[in-house]
Write a protein that binds this ligand. Structure first.
Ligand code: HC0
Ligand code: SF4
Length: 574
């Protein structure tokens, strides 16, 4: 420990602290824009300036190390003026259309302006706007909003280890963009959206589809159905001021009905269906000497990653479509037939914690025999939050309700898909019952839970020792891929999610500011919400979902059978 003095207060702090760490620990929240704990520490935004006794110039506290006897002042006129001056410079190069900005209300730049009492702007904003990259189905990059903080560059390079974004050009022309001025759509970006989640402003954001959704709801000739992904319920409440990890499942269904959707379903239904198909595929591969380890295919960011980075390993990936796409395929076939609706007159909307799902839904393989997309519109949790606000629905006051029957039925196994380890646990619950022929009671497989980057476990199923691994975030996925290449991955089954923590922290979830993320592990809090819902469900194993059993009996036949293959499986581009 070392002893230092901050604003006249003496404190003892660990030697590896910076002045910022030490200050925040004693309740002084020095402003920052570029800083991201453990991820981005560059001092680039120069908002965190402080006075250090004996040092002439002001210092950036996020990179200034503590040392014995250090004396720091964080709140002098000189410090405040310098911080404000730097903020004015940032604003002079920022397209300040706050009122119509996607981040209005969640923008960290707005918050800092307010915190610093800014009431006048010194400089005119830029006269000419640079082109906005809107070519991908998932992500919009707007250089006019970018404040060059570098958070996105750090998360893409150092956390995800993909390296799409970099500082390009020089001086006033500097931009954060893919190399050689390419569009995001022409780069190997996987659309995990982790860059969106750390962007303090709206320089990176999702390609919105709210207008399309409103239009469909208004169109009386269309039958418009909606289905929500597992992780949405664990975060939607945050849009309405609820604490991180508040579970709002029942209110979410009520709000969707109030928005005017004809039917409100749950992608969890299709998560149960995925377990039937994927579990059967796994047992088949084990029995018939198929390619092992088999890897899950539900996270589209992960699927793009393997398609770009390890195409030679694609045979390992399950041929199952993701639950989102299984849902769309079933709704536009079985559901449409059952209700005498022409699939062309349907609009299927999914609500996702993810922006990669927008690109997944647009793939040509995801167009059904009816000639339209199986999933027509993908909205992020954030977009749904905005639609609920626009409809002036008082979300927090809503009563709970249930989704509509059949395609709204789901088990606890499906809910936990939204957190890392959840798909694996759901699969083991079902595979273990199938192999042993029993209804096993011990169904909480804690070895596959938690936030360790790569988890491994050996699960005893009947006479079989099934070896599994789970990775979340593409840097960890890459490590497992290297092991497979070296022939050192003797697993049967691997679950991979493209984002750290799994879908609960997907690129479409409500924004959480960087300071809150220092205090709370939002991955763990949101995961808790899902594990709670799992416990509350009547049925907690996918194969026990009565509507899934009915679906196989009435329509699909056997898991992995002919009809199931036609509707629920896909192929990948090498
Ligand atoms: Fe997920 Fe999914 S669990 S990818 O994380 O498998 O996005 O929530 O919807 O499709 O069900 C995301 C979440 C899904 C899918 C499901 C899977
Ligand atoms: Fe990188 Fe993911 Fe952002 Fe693409 S979406 S630039 S891969 S962080």
């Amino acid at each position: 420990m070392v002893n230092i003095t901050i604003d006249g207060r003496q404190v003892a702090v660990p030697e590896n602290y910076t002045v910022l760490d030490a200050s925040r620990e004693i309740g002084i929240n020095i402003p920052t824009l570029c800083y991201l704990k453990d991820i981005n520490k560059t001092g680039a935004c120069r908002m965190c300036l402080v006075e250090v006794e004996g040092v002439k110039n002001l210092q950036t506290s996020c990179v200034f190390p503590v040392r014995e006897g250090l004396v720091v002042k964080t709140n002098t006129k000189r410090v405040r003026d310098a911080r404000r001056g730097n903020l004015q410079l940032i604003l002079s190069n920022h397209h300040r259309d706050c009122l119509s900005c996607f981040r209005n209300g969640t923008c960290e730049l707005q918050t800092i302006c307010d915190d610093m009492g800014l009431t006048e702007l010194e400089f005119e904003p830029p006269k000419e706007l640079k082109p906005v990259d809107m070519l991908s189905d998932s992500i919009v990059r707007d250089p006019n909003k970018c404040i060059l903080c570098g958070r996105c560059v750090a998360v893409c390079n150092d956390v995800q280890e993909i390296g799409i974004l970099a500082f390009t050009n020089r001086g006033v022309e500097t931009e954060v963009a893919p190399a050689f001025g390419k569009s995001m759509a022409d780069s190997p970006c996987i659309y995990c959206g982790q860059c969106i989640n750390v962007c303090p402003v709206a320089a990176l954001r999702e390609k919105t589809e709210m207008d399309k959704a409103w239009e469909a709801i208004e169109d009386e000739s269309k039958h418009v159905v909606v289905a929500t992904a597992p992780a949405v319920r664990a975060a939607l409440g945050e849009v309405f001021g609820n604490p991180i990890g508040t579970r709002t499942t029942g209110k979410m269904f009520t709000a969707l009905k109030m928005l005017g959707f004809d039917k409100v379903f749950d992608v969890n239904f299709a998560a149960d269906l995925t377990i039937m198909e994927e579990g059967t595929e796994l047992l088949g591969r084990i029995k018939n000497g198929g390619t092992l380890p088999m890897i899950t295919s539900c996270s589209p960011g992960w699927v793009r990653y393997i398609e770009y980075q390890y195409p030679e390993l694609l045979d390992h990936v399950s041929s199952c479509k993701s639950p989102q796409q299984m849902m769309g395929a079933m709704l536009k076939s079985h559901y449409a037939e059952m209700n005498n609706i022409d699939p062309k007159d349907m609009v299927v909307v999914s609500i996702m914690p993810c922006v990669s799902k927008k690109t997944e839904a647009a793939k040509e393989e995801m167009i059904g025999s009816h000639g339209t997309r199986d999933i027509d519109i993908v909205l992020t949790t954030r977009e749904l939050g905005k639609m609920i606000k626009e409809a002036r629905i008082e979300f927090n006051d809503l009563p709970d309700s249930n989704p509509d029957e059949y395609y709204g039925d789901y088990t606890g196994a499906a809910v936990i898909f939204g957190t890392t380890g959840g798909v694996m646990e759901a699969a083991i619950r079902t595979v273990a019952d199938i192999v042993t022929g029993k209804d096993l009671e011990d169904i909480e497989y804690t070895a596959v839970r938690g936030l360790e980057g790569i988890k491994e476990a050996t699960v005893k199923i009947g006479d079989m020792d099934v070896k599994v691994a789970i990775a979340h975030g593409t840097a960890n996925a890459g490590k497992l891929m290297e092991l497979i290449k070296e022939g050192k991955a003797d697993y049967h089954f691997i679950e991979i999610m493209g984002c750290s923590g799994g879908c609960v922290t997907g690129g479409g979830q409500p924004h959480v500011d960087s300071r809150t993320k220092e205090k709370i592990d939002i991955r763990a809090e949101r995961a808790k919400a899902l594990y709670t819902e799992d416990k509350l469900r009547d049925k907690r194993k996918s194969h026990q979902n009565p509507s899934i059993q009915k679906l196989y009996k009435e329509y699909l036949g056997e898991p992995n059978g002919h009809k199931a293959h036609e509707l629920l499986h896909t192929h990948y581009k090498k």
